[in-house]
Design a protein around this ligand. Structure first.
Ligand code: GLY
Length: 256
């Protein structure tokens, strides 16, 4: 069973951080409706969803993925690059504490969960504007003794590694090769997004099912061609805040 920790959209979401995108009008009512649809989709895929209340003082707090990285052995609280996002961590740590021992990344490391992509025992860390080399090395220290092989991937054209690509099961990474150094991926198979759908690489994997944002029909066909069952959900308003589908949940296995 997969547990998905989610948080409702902040009423102040339109004041979100933006790095690679221009600010455009963001309708928080539409964003909240899309978030509800996303949560419903996760439940439809069999996840047990935990819904945390919004954080009115943190416009980006719906993007819970950035605050932690969770494996079966441990939950590691990250250290976001922007001071404004560090206050999001307390409530997530409280939500994770019943399920995992907690570790915390300390400065000068910065690392955000959107830059951490696990494929089995391999953990790829995006070196980006948000995750520095100290962050990468901190992850090696935290995970090496559990038998995880932690490696860097250079992120070149987008916010986080998982904006560019995500694991869609069986060691296959769905990726936009324009946004990260694909030669840095080792031991995985790459499936490129359709070139006309650059944002399609951000997919949520629940067991053996894949959730894609609406509007990426050509990439969807490529994923279905691999035999995956694909679900879709609207994500346009959340995307205006430079957040993808994976950003909106922290997934963990229920470990008995
Ligand atoms: N708006 C998401 C972020 O910049 O972290």
């Amino acid at each position: 069973m997969i547990i998905a920790i989610t948080r409702q959209v902040s009423p102040d979401m339109s004041a979100c951080l933006l790095t690679h995108m221009e600010r455009e009008h963001l309708d928080t009512v539409v964003a909240a409706a899309q978030h509800d649809a996303y949560v419903d989709a996760l439940e439809g895929m069999g996840a047990e969803v935990i819904r945390l209340p919004p954080e009115p003082d943190h416009p980006d707090a719906v993007f819970v993925e950035d605050t932690a990285f969770v494996v079966d052995e441990v939950a590691i609280m990250t250290r976001p690059a922007t001071e404004s996002r560090r206050g999001e961590r307390g409530s997530i740590e409280a939500a994770l504490a019943p399920y995992r021992p907690i570790r915390r990344i300390e400065g000068p490391a910065t690392i955000e969960g959107g830059d951490i992509l696990r494929v089995g025992r391999r953990v790829f860390v995006g070196v980006s504007t948000r995750t520095n080399r100290d962050g990468l090395e901190a992850m090696v220290r935290e995970l090496d003794h559990f038998g995880y092989d932690v490696r860097p991937v250079r992120v070149t054209g987008c916010l986080h590694l998982k904006t560019a690509g995500t694991h869609i099961g069986d060691g296959v990474v769905l990726v936009n090769p324009e946004w990260c150094a694909t030669e840095d991926f080792e031991g995985v198979q790459l499936l490129h997004v359709d070139p006309d759908e650059p944002w399609a690489g951000n997919a949520v994997l629940v067991e053996d099912q894949v959730l894609l944002a609406e509007g990426f029909d050509r990439t969807r066909e490529r994923v279905e061609h691999l035999g995956r069952r694909v679900h879709v959900t609207p994500g346009t308003e959340l995307a205006k805040a430079e957040g993808g589908l994976t950003c909106c949940s922290l997934l963990l296995n229920r470990v008995e």
